[in-house]
Design a protein around this ligand. Structure first.
Ligand code: BGC
Length: 375
């Protein structure tokens, strides 16, 4: 199958915006569509799926779920993980193109490094869906499916605000903020969402940052970014902050943008001898299994859960819509400007999970079994 992308370009150019999550559809260019037939995939249609790394639980779940859905639809799939190495991911995507992929689904490692390989995809009219992370500086990204990334940060910020009673004037509290990988486009949205809530309390003195690692503005978030979202880097950074700035005080709250960082931070607090009763408030994201277990053990206060099954479902729908030359459902055409164009997006809702709601949210929805979590 060829020429899907011409259809997609026409679709994206004329998409209409409706309200959140109700979804909307793009207009379609019927004469350039090339389909696999009657609404379901054909095994001659190949979908290339590029994922960043197996080292984080969520990407394993994402890849496995999406592949299963696409296979059920009758597509041939190629699923590749790149060990968080940008060059490896570029080679993998290039190989998918060479091997005749009809649609590419890419969760990028570095949001700005894929321009040239996407040129090669465009030259073969292969449509590209950015999965979870936006691909920047390229006109050759047709759709983006993700969770509302800024809302993830807002939920973390609001959780801290509520738990500490900041709106009622409580404080001062010692805060240590962290941000995600500087090369991940999502990371700035997470930080912005949280910092817009918390920064006024830093300004008022209700939140104090003893390490001084409070970015002056949201735009300076990369100064506290943790490259590659590495737990070990977050751990050593937290250890440094504790050793240098907390010899005579305790940290009350840590803004961690995701669970892999939270895990490292929690390890640093354990090594630093923090007892249960002085354990700080810690945020997270992803509901990774070790973090949910830490929540049960009182070592993490919340996680923002993104039910990656719903993202896979949405992307599988997008793939089928593209393959069949149908209108592609999006619900946001304003937020995700990749530097060249605003990429039509479908945003899914993230949800807060606390120790009290693990059972009702994560177990009842079968994201985990009670056994897995030791419940
Ligand atoms: C994802 C997060 C994830 C992080 C590290 C981000 O792009 O949106 O869910 O925790 O990458 O893998």
């Amino acid at each position: 199958m060829t020429s899907l992308r011409k259809t997609v370009a026409a679709l994206a150019g004329s998409a209409l915006l409706f309200g959140a999550l109700a979804g909307c559809s793009s207009e379609r260019d019927s004469d350039s569509a090339s389909t696999s037939g009657s609404g379901s995939g054909s095994d001659s249609t190949t979908i290339g799926i590029a994922m960043p790394t197996k080292s984080l639980e969520r990407w394993n779940k994402d890849g496995a779920h999406l592949e299963e859905l696409l296979k059920k639809e009758g597509y041939t799939t190629t699923l590749q993980y790149a060990d968080n190495k940008v060059d490896t991911q570029i080679t993998q995507v290039q190989n998918m193109i060479n091997d005749g992929a009809d649609v590419l689904v890419i969760a990028s490692i570095n949001g700005t490094a894929l321009g040239p390989v996407l040129e090669a995809a465009a030259a073969k009219d292969i449509p590209v869906i950015a999965y979870d992370r936006l691909i920047n500086d390229s006109p050759n990204v047709d759709y983006y499916a993700t969770f509302d990334n800024e809302l993830v940060g807002t939920l973390q910020g609001q959780f801290i605000e509520e738990q500490l009673g900041l709106a009622d004037g409580a404080g001062p509290f010692n805060l240590e903020p962290f941000a995600g990988s500087p090369d991940d486009n999502n990371a700035k949205f997470f930080f912005k969402g949280a910092w817009d809530v918390l920064q006024p309390y830093v300004a008022s003195g209700q939140l104090v940052v003893p390490s001084g690692k409070a970015p002056a503005t949201v735009e300076d978030w990369t100064t506290i970014g943790v490259q590659g979202w590495e737990s070990a880097t977050a751990q050593s950074e937290m250890e440094n902050r504790l050793n240098s700035f907390y010899t005579d005080k305790k940290v009350d709250v840590v803004l961690s943008p995701n669970d892999s960082l939270a895990l490292g931070i929690e390890q640093a607090l354990t090594s630093g001898g923090y007892a249960t009763e002085e354990w700080p408030l810690i945020t997270g994201q992803d509901a990774d299994e070790p973090n949910v277990k830490n929540m049960i053990a009182g070592m993490q206060s919340m996680t923002v859960w993104k039910d990656t099954r719903t993202l896979g479902d949405q992307v599988a729908t997008m793939v089928t819509q593209i393959v069949n030359g149908e209108d592609v459902t999006v619900n946001d055409e304003e937020t995700y400007d990749n530097g060249v164009k605003v990429v039509p997006s479908f945003l899914l809702p993230p949800q807060v999970v606390t120790p009290d709601t693990i059972e009702s949210m994560l177990v009842e929805s079968e994201f985990y079994t009670a056994d897995q979590l030791g419940l």
